[in-house]
Design a protein around this ligand. Structure first.
Ligand code: ZN
Length: 234
């Protein structure tokens, strides 16, 4: 039996799982807004509109993310944490990906739809130099300084890379510290990844990256590890 054949039932179940993800009421999740934070990873020009890693799929989640942030702000949430690629010009990561989102470049700037929000000056930008928001960044210091924050809404890109790493870091940090009240919530409509089909990848000499499959698998993997995956937050 081939891998495709032995995986068919799982892939079909994933599709049904994604389609059945519930819309959850945002007001219930951020019932204590001072204890809640929205973490938005890599919604910057270099993944949305400009440069070799920009993707229309990622650009497509910018409007729902902006709307979610506005709704959260209206409910009293004041913690908006934005981990963002701000790469060293000679980043070691560029051995795996084409050069992108270098410090000072337009690619590393927050998407205009977010920086236009009336409360954008309250954003906490966390610079990062890898797909991890927590390795060698200011994130853990912020978390240590805000121990009352126990509800984390995680959005951004890419589902299988930075978003996954960030959501899992928050979940595992809480698990390892026995923080029973911590919730990590990921709305699927505010998360996405890029798509490089096998045919295009072989033509371009780059790794294939099936966007729909990896998006689904990694969301499901998050859910399997205690992260609350919703269809949307309304
Ligand atoms: Zn990067």
């Amino acid at each position: 039996m081939t891998l495709a054949e032995s995986s068919l039932d799982y892939v079909n179940s994933l599709e049904n799982w994604i389609a059945g993800l519930p819309a959850m009421p945002l007001a219930g999740i951020v019932a204590n807004p001072q204890n809640s934070a929205v973490l938005c990873v890599d919604i910057i020009n270099g993944f949305c509109t400009v440069g070799p890693l920009s993707s229309p799929r990622v650009q497509g989640i910018v409007p729902p993310i902006a709307k979610l942030m506005q709704s959260a702000y209206a409910l009293g949430v004041r913690h908006f944490i934005l981990p963002q690629d701000t790469h060293d010009p000679a980043a070691v990561e560029f051995a795996s990906y084409p050069a992108h989102c270098v410090r000072g470049n337009v690619e590393s700037q927050t998407a205009p739809e977010l920086s236009a929000l009336s409360f954008a000056d309250e954003f906490v930008i966390i610079e990062k130099n890898s797909i991890s928001s927590s390795e060698n960044t200011a994130l853990d210091t912020w978390l240590d300084q805000h121990p009352q924050v126990n509800t984390f809404i995680v959005v951004g890109d890419c589902s299988d890379l930075c978003t996954y790493q960030l959501a899992m870091h928050l979940r595992l940090r809480a698990n390892s510290r026995q923080l029973a009240g911590v919730r990590v919530v990921v709305p699927a409509d505010c998360v996405q990844t890029y798509d490089t089909p096998v045919e295009a990848a072989s033509r371009l000499g780059i790794p294939p990256h099936p966007g729909d499959l990896l998006h689904a698998i990694f969301l499901h993997h998050m859910a399997s590890n205690g992260i609350e995956v919703a269809g949307s937050l309304v």
